[in-house]
Structure formats: structure tokens, C-alpha cells
Design a protein around this ligand. Structure first.
Ligand SMILES: Cc1ncc(COP(=O)(O)O)c(C=O)c1O
Length: 385
């Protein structure tokens, strides 16, 4: 082993390896069923794989244009117009990125610097806070109210001051599985009126929404869209999380700043996959049918664990189900999650890790993007606890 001869001054001294890596590794080590990290255990469409192969063999193996392959950007523009009645110029307002996390990081880097404040609403995806800190900014925290995980916009309003540069929202929401409503969006619109606040809208689960609810993209609200960066992910939509492909929609002036940073973080995104996705997007059923597909999985999982001591929390979007375990034990959620993985061979994610203060309401997150057989095995274990 080599030894670095100096003292390393960490830029993120309090941050350790992400909980998703930790729990997935623990699941592997203990041969546990892994409902922790958010990825499907079934394969993506063979047609999509064939298309990627086709474009590789056809020689599309060099750098894509910095903002992305135009054919793909055009397809995205058409989709967004059809779904949300919003017009984005593929040339100046759409950028293809290596996944949603990269897009979030780039957006934060492009707009947040020393002294700037960003409002984040916890529990939240774990990349937001480190990205803000790396760039010299600081976060102000609002909390989704347990047990319904609704946003308290009065609380958000109180956090706004002259330093507030950005508010990050996420719908459908990871980890809670809740969604923002039209009223939420109207309230947000009022909050930011007469400010220069940018909205970073994490919509990677836009096609996974249940019970006939409509996804409330900021793109539907012109007064929000004009100040928003929308982040989407092909990984969630096409069961290809390992490909790390996503895109960003934002007005021209915002996109110009976004691309200044994007070009120096990655320059461009995987070429043959972009061509393949452009063709694959012609099949609208693939994304329009995703909500029904996952709603069935959610219902099945909920039905399977009905007889257990876990309490099902409301879930109307994303592919995560929260379960409250207060009737089983008063252990900390991190300890219980580890014990479940080691002793009961089922891995989940403790929700406290999604809060900077590690708020613990005795809730674990289970990913139901799994084959029915996996869900059955998992439920059998959960019902025995
Ligand atoms: C809320 C949220 N945003 C962003 C991402 C990242 O998406 P990607 O896998 O495309 O980087 C995830 C992935 O789990 C997520 O849950």
C-alpha cells in the first residue's frame, strides 16, 4: 500500500461513502435481498440494447456534440411539448447529461458560490447537500412533515432572504414516494415572484406516478419554468440506471451557464446510447405505460406485507415504499436496517440518512422496482418480523 506523505485536508470532512453503496455492499456480504438501492432487478428492453449495438457497429463511437445529439434533443422537445405543453428549443434549452446526479451537480456548480444559500427540503436525495458545500454555498433546511411528508411552504418562505439563490424541489419524491400538487406549484410560484431565485426541479421519477395523479412538472407553469432547471433521467424511465443518461431543460440564459460548467465536467455524453434513445423514444407506450407498471408493483408489495407488523406509508410516486416499524422496535433506524440485513437477510435504507440532523421517525425505505418473485421473497421475510 502506498502512503500519501502529507495531511489531506478533506473538502467534505463529514461525508462518508453514500448509504446506497454501504447498504448494497452489506446486502451482498450477507446474501440479503436488496431492496435498498433504487434500481430494477429485471432487464431493460432487448430492443434498446440492440439499438445501442447497432449505433456502436455503425461507427457512432466518438464524442457527441457538447450539448448532446440533436436527434435526441428534438425528441425530448416533442415529448415535453406533448406532455406539459411547454416549448423548449432543442438547440439552446436542452442538454444531454451523464445521468441525473451529474445534472444536479452541474446546475449547482453553475449557480452557487461562496456566500450563496440554497433551500433544500428534507428528507432529500443525498447528492444535493455535498454539491452545495463543494461549491462554497450553504444550505437552509425545510422539512417534509411526518407522517404525510407534505411541504410546509410557510416554513420555506421564512428561509428566503437576500442570499437565497436556489430552491431544490423533487417530485415524485425520493425517499418518501409523495408528489407535489398543483396547489404546491402555485404556492411556489407566489413565493419566488419578485425574486431572482432559481428552481432546481429534480423530476427523475416523472413517469412513475400513481392513482391517476398528473406529474406536476415545473414545465407546466410558465412563471416557474422561466426560472427553472429541470433534471430528468433515462435510467429511471428505461430500467437502465447503469447507463447514467439524463437531460436538463432550462431557458436559454440558464442553459448557457449550465453548459459552461457541463463542458468542463464531462464535455459530452455517451454517443451510441444517445442515438439509440432517440429512436427508442418513438415508442411512447414505454414511458406512458410506466406508471401502470410500477403501480401494480406497489399494490402487489403492499398487499404482500399486509399481515406484517410494518405500517405502510402513503406512496403515490417513485419506486419506493416507506414502512414504519414503530410496532416492532424502538431501535434507531440505522441500527434496525443493519440488523434486518444481517439477521433477516433483507436490505433497506434508513430514512434518517436523508436528513442533515438525522431525524429518525422509525421509517425504512424499500425499493419495489423488483421482479414479483423478489418482492414475494422479501415480503415473506418482512411478515416474519
Ligand atoms: C431524487 C433523485 N434524483 C436524482 C437521481 C439520480 O439519477 P441518475 O441515476 O440518472 O444519476 C436519483 C437516483 O436515485 C434520485 O433518486
Amino acid at each position: 500500500m502506498l502512503q500519501y506523505p502529507g495531511n489531506i485536508k478533506s473538502i467534505l470532512p463529514k461525508i462518508n461513502t453514500s448509504i446506497f453503496s454501504v447498504m448494497s455492499a452489506l446486502a451482498n456480504e450477507n446474501q440479503a435481498i436488496n431492496l435498498s438501492q433504487g434500481f430494477p432487478d429485471f432487464s431493460c428492453s432487448p430492443k434498446l440494447i440492440e439499438l445501442v449495438n447497432h449505433y456502436m457497429k455503425a461507427g457512432h463511437n466518438q464524442y457527441a456534440p457538447m450539448p448532446g445529439v440533436m436527434k435526441l434533443r428534438e425528441k425530448i422537445a416533442t415529448k415535453v411539448q406533448e406532455l406539459y405543453s411547454a416549448v423548449y428549443d432543442p438547440d439552446k434549452e436542452i442538454t444531454i447529461t451523464p445521468g441525473g446526479t451529474h445534472a444536479l451537480y452541474t446546475a449547482i456548480s453553475a449557480f452557487i458560490g461562496e456566500g450563496d444559500e440554497v433551500i433544500i427540503i428534507e428528507p432529500c436525495y443525498d447528492s444535493y447537500l455535498p454539491a452545495i458545500k463543494i461549491n462554497g454555498g450553504s444550505a437552509k433546511f425545510a422539512e417534509l412533515k411526518f407522517p404525510n411528508y407534505k411541504v410546509d411552504w410557510d416554513e420555506v418562505q421564512k428561509l428566503i432572504n437576500y442570499k437565497t439563490k436556489m430552491i431544490i424541489i423533487n417530485t415524485p419524491h425520493n425517499p418518501s414516494g409523495t408528489t407535489l400538487s398543483a396547489q404546491d406549484m402555485q404556492r411556489l410560484e407566489k413565493l419566488v415572484k419578485n425574486t431572482e431565485i432559481i428552481i432546481l426541479s429534480d423530476e427523475v421519477y416523472e413517469h412513475i406516478i400513481f392513482d391517476n395523479l398528473e406529474h406536476q412538472s415545473v414545465a407546466r407553469y410558465p412563471k416557474l419554468a422561466e426560472r427553472s432547471i429541470i433534471v430528468s433521467s433515462f435510467g429511471k424511465t428505461y430500467h437502465t440506471t447503469g447507463w447514467k443518461m439524463g437531460y436538463v431543460l432550462a431557458p436559454e440564459a440558464i442553459t448557457a451557464e449550465f453548459r459552461k460548467v457541463h463542458q468542463f465536467i464531462c464535455f459530452s455524453t455517451n454517443t451510441p446510447i444517445q442515438y439509440a434513445l432517440a429512436d427508442y423514444m418513438d415508442d411512447k407506450d414505454e414511458y406512458l405505460g410506466l406508471s401502470a407498471f410500477y403501480q401494480e408493483k406497489r399494490n402487489y408489495f403492499q398487499q404482500l406485507i399486509k399481515g406484517s407488523k410494518f405500517k405502510t406509508m402513503p406512496c403515490n410516486g417513485s419506486y419506493f415504499q416507506l414502512l414504519n416499524y414503530s410496532k416492532i422496535t424502538q431501535e434507531a433506524d440505522t441500527e434496525f436496517a443493519i440488523r434486518l440485513t444481517k439477521e433477516n437477510k433483507i436490505a433497506s435504507i434508513p430514512i434518517s440518512v436523508f436528513y442533515h440532523k438525522k431525524t429518525d421517525n422509525h421509517v425504512l425505505r424499500f425499493c419495489f422496482a423488483k421482479q414479483n418473485e423478489t418482492l414475494e421473497k422479501a415480503a415473506e421475510k418482512l411478515c416474519k418480523i
